[in-house]
Design a protein around this ligand. Sequence first.
Ligand code: NAD
Length: 479
Amino acid sequence: MADRPARVGLLGGGVIGAGWAARFALNGVGVRLYDPAPSAGRAVADVLANARRAYGRLTLAPLPAEGAVELVDSVEAAVEGASLVQESAPERLELKQELLAAADRAAPPEAILCSSTSGLRPTDLQRSLDRPERLVVGHPFNPVYLLPLVELCGGERTAPATVERAAAIYESVGMRPLVVRTEIDGFLADRLLEALWREALWLVADDVATVEEIDDAIRFGAGLRWAVMGTFLTYRIAGGEAGMRHFMAQFGPALAWPWSRLTDVPELTDELLDRLAEQSDAQAAGRPLRELERVRDDALVGLLQALRAQDEGAGAVLAAWERRLLGSQPPAGGVRARVPADWVDYNGHVHESRYLQLFGDATDALLGRLGVDLEAGSSYFTVETHLSHLRQLEAGDAVSVTTQVLDADEKRLHVFHTLRRDGEDEPLATAEQMLLHVDTRAGRAAPASGAMLDSVLRLRDEHAALPRPERAGRSIGRG
Ligand SMILES: NC(=O)c1ccc[n+]([C@@H]2O[C@H](COP(=O)([O-])OP(=O)(O)OC[C@H]3O[C@@H](n4cnc5c(N)ncnc54)[C@H](O)[C@@H]3O)[C@@H](O)[C@H]2O)c1
């Protein structure tokens, strides 16, 4: 995690600033936040609580110790000692220019300054700075702690090194930086979103559809596809064997008709605003904001996990982040995790499949450390598991799994896992597993070789000095 900063300074703690606080703190980065609104502390604490809950469901990878979030009463206090300053104040050019200039005067010379602006140009934002070369736009998406995209856009005076450093820092906290190579209003994503948003407003203003019908038109169809393949690859597939050329021949002419209202903007009359507010309040059905956020977060977590299983889009970013987290475990340690609340089944117990999940993750962590490289065609498959449930696991428990290699040769890896609650010696559960080395390209068991086999045998020899676990070699008890 070489690029992960020790501390960041945040300016503004509203929807986006609080999301940044959660993203950084949960990735082990200390946060100092300045927001003049008296309610900011409460709002940041609420968002952090939701984010902690979401991360508990998102991953079993061991998160670093949470960074402290400190609310401070000046820009200077927020930026002191920070490696990165993230400005998320209201979308007003002059206000942002003033804030960024104050940050520029007070921040350490090596710090970079990033703005969350949705559409203001970095060239305008950097006009007020003594060191304009260290400013870059880092435009995130709500909820910042779950959505990985951050658009990076430099202005005329931004140094290329600033963009590179910002990208490395955002990546270190699990994000997917996307460099906008040409400075344009609205960057990439908001240009696209605004076209859709404008059209949606027209459909309501013209009384063609309600806000709910429009949301349904997105969420039951194209919305599902977008997360997987965006728009171009989706249409490439829709063109059949002949691809994009066929798609364009079929639907290209419709572009000229045109179906949409293009850049016309509906007048935001009181009547239209009332209709929008009433219909969207009805959609919310009285559910408080934080509850709606949790509904959104739980579904996003599920989507991210489904995409991870396919190694597609944001799921591939999640997997890369988890690999980093697993890779940063101390070499002698096992896997650490906190048991999420939704592991508890209808009986009030943690479902038994979750024990195997924890042990499976410990095996993955071990294989990662041994240098097993799936892409090089080498892996281990588990052929046998013997699990002993000794004591109850509870939701919220902080636990760890330690792994001992009992034996190994070119073909076999025989391991013993022990699950413990933090601070306790007595195990909650144990698992003994036999794994076979597999040539994944040939699809069959084959001897391991090279540096990986060396590290397997070295670990076997080191672990031979450890006492043999009491439960090793047991079969099903009949007592
Ligand atoms: N809401 C979104 O979906 C979204 C997404 C991406 C980017 N953004 C951008 O992020 C920025 C913040 O948007 P938001 O939605 O969080 O707005 P917001 O209104 O929720 O939050 C703005 C916060 O800034 C604080 N603030 C006001 N003056 C300040 C000052 N002088 N110093 C420090 N803080 C100050 C306010 O008290 C408020 O808490 C904007 O530039 C916006 O374009 C918003």
